[in-house]
Ligand binder design. Structure first.
Ligand SMILES: Nc1ncnc2c1ncn2[C@@H]1O[C@H](COP(=O)(O)OP(=O)(O)O)[C@@H](O)[C@H]1O
Ligand SMILES: [Mg+2]
Length: 343
């Protein structure tokens, strides 16, 4: 079918499309210069892949989203992905929480993709490649993935072009795949590329510690944030993180990996599900006492609750400005970060 060049006709993801041509499009406000460009010009490659993407500070990075169960990791992952996608990043979400159900629905994707655990042939016990990172610190072989070479069943894309991959689900891939270690091995090592280079990958972990920690208004969430901040401080000082006390294998694995790669930037704290001003003040005060300054806050929105309740795609409308603020903080944190010399 002949592709049609359409000008300023519709809205997608609550944003007005200035023009679109096949898979290419330009949203109002994304980049004013692009609004003037002809779609067949060299400025745009594919939907949301704008000129200047290479210079964007988060391009191709991997960001782990951590926090206690139910704090809002999946919610924040999806909302961040949508806003980052609208800002011109090419986004991939890697679902590394074996207990997640409905992340695909929250993205507006009907069926979840087949887990990458299957792609790697399962755990080593069942003849596959995946080991447990605690026993085996070596990287997973073949973990650099090019989407155009990956069989389609292993990834899905939503309407705005966000790619979803799943690391593994409990018990699906035979012996040894019933614990989170092998799943975190995949999450730790998988590097997802397309022809333009590595994608900005948001990793929705069950537990762990890097980059963005979601804190809901609970004592447990505050303690987890403090714990992560302290572990990161130790790493920055050059101490190998103490992991004996950690029960979760994925937490240990991620701690060691980040230490090895010396890429630690610090735990960035995001408050979520804040319903009332007094709760917000109280939580801020508790974090302040422990020397933690959150980079952003997402309020409790009934539209988000209802989307999860009905298995529907999350809308970014209400939380948009709060998420955009968090994106800007992430970009600022990344661009002020000096990459240490590799050993
Ligand atoms: N900002 C929010 N506003 C309202 N409800 C939220 C918000 N964030 C999360 N929730 C609710 O909390 C539940 C758990 O969120 P989820 O993202 O699945 O947590 P996690 O992935 O950390 O287990 C969701 O089902 C949703 O109803
Ligand atoms: Mg989740």
């Amino acid at each position: 079918m002949q592709k049609q060049y359409v000008q300023a006709v519709k809205h997608e993801n609550d944003r007005q499309i200035i023009w679109e041509f096949g898979t290419r499009c330009c949203y109002r406000g994304d980049n004013e210069n692009l609004m003037k460009m002809h779609p067949l010009g060299s400025g745009v490659n594919t939907r949301n892949q704008f000129i200047g993407q290479k210079e964007k500070s988060l391009s191709g990075k991997r960001i782990g989203i951590f926090g206690k169960g139910g704090s809002g990791k999946s919610t924040v992952t999806v909302l961040l992905a949508e806003v980052l996608n609208n800002s011109g990043y090419k986004i991939c979400i890697l679902d590394a929480d074996s207990t997640n159900i409905g992340l695909n629905n929250a993205l507006g994707i009907e069926d979840p993709p087949t887990p990458m655990m299957e792609y790697f042939g399962g755990m080593i016990f069942s003849g596959g490649l995946v080991t447990c990172p605690v026993d085996d610190p070596t990287p997973l072989s073949g973990s650099k993935i090019y989407l155009d070479e990956l069989p389609e069943k292993y990834y899905a894309q939503n309407r705005s072009g966000i790619t979803l991959l799943t690391a593994g689900k409990i018990g699906k891939e035979g012996p040894g795949a019933g614990c989170d270690g092998p799943i975190s091995k995949i999450a730790r090592d998988l590097k997802i590329h397309d022809q333009g280079g590595p994608l900005l990958t948001l990793i929705d972990f069950k537990a762990g510690f890097e980059a963005v920690v979601i804190v809901d208004p609970t004592y447990a969430a505050v303690e987890m944030a403090v714990n992560m901040r302290d572990t990161i401080e130790q790493i920055k000082k050059g101490n190998r993180p103490a992991t004996q006390h950690l029960e979760d294998a994925s937490l240990v694995a991620v701690a060691h990996q980040i230490f090895e790669e010396a890429r630690i930037k610090g735990a960035l704290i995001v408050l979520n599900k804040i319903s009332k001003k007094d709760v917000e003040r109280y939580l801020q005060a508790r974090l302040d006492e422990r020397g933690i300054q959150p980079i952003g806050i997402i309020h409790d929105y009934s539209a988000i609750t209802f989307s999860w309740l009905n298995g529907m795609r999350l809308t970014i409308t209400e939380a948009h400005d709060e998420i955009l603020h968090i994106v800007k903080e992430l970009e600022a944190a990344e661009s002020t970060y000096v990459q240490p010399k590799t050993k």
